[in-house]
Design a protein around this ligand. Sequence first.
Ligand SMILES: [Zn+2]
Length: 321
Amino acid sequence: MKRKRSTYKSKKSTGKALTITLLLTGLLMTAIVVWIGMNDWDVSKTLRQVDIGKTEEPLPEQQEIEPEDVDETETPEEEREAEEETPPVEEEPVEEEPPAKVEETEKKSEQQTAPEKPAKVEEKPKVTNQPQTSPNKSGYIEGQKLPDEPTYINGILIANKKYPLPSTYAPGENKEAREAFEEMAAEAKLSGFNLTAFSTYRSFEYQTSLYNRYVSRDGVEKADRYSARPGYSEHQTGLAFDIGEVNYEKYWASNKFGETEAGKWVAANAYRYGFILRYPNGKEEITGYMHESWHFRYLGKEIAEEIFKRNITLEEYLGIE
Ligand SMILES: [Zn+2]
């Protein structure tokens, strides 16, 4: 009897354990179902959470991006230095529409989302024609033949003593440059200055006669300092504008223009319309020409502003000084 009872007892306790196990299993199953349900039935997400033991958080890398961004916008100097190291890549030729402002903002947002782009190794500017040898005293390369095609550096048309134009290059006055000039002239008028562009596009043939006249008057060495040899004049690009004041012909093509109020206004404001003072004071070694307070080159607003604010020449901007 005692034995029987104990058998009964053990049978009873086994039954109890089974019930508890079943209950616990049921509870566990419910918990799992609820847990998966809380994660939108995404089993892999659930498992990942179980694995990591925490909810998904942005990677620390992404969190660190922000302060860098703030730095960049707060220190334009650094930005400028960085730009100096990496010459601009593939810009539209000046004759074409200047890049819309939208592009600029696109670029900015790119920088914000991917500021960790690898630092570019200093790239050589894309030059379509290379000068052949070293220049003479006047900055020309003696015996250099005029090329068959004009030279573009990073998409910008260049014409100087090292990079001549083909004798057949005859684009005429640039339309966009003319429009920009008219816009500038209209605003200058509001300040009381009546501006005119007294010389813009010059054909190869016209430059030939002009240069020859100067040489016969002043000699080659002197003429080379203020007038371009045929094929080397920026005026042949149609993008160079000699600016003066109506009724003040005495200051045209004279550095006295730079001392007039009108000349000062143009020097300070031309970049806002896409023009740069092409041959600034003290940069004769780089540009090949003495200071010309009247000669402006159209480059479009964006580039002109950068060159003006960095106080550099086009040659320095293009990395060919
Ligand atoms: Zn000029």
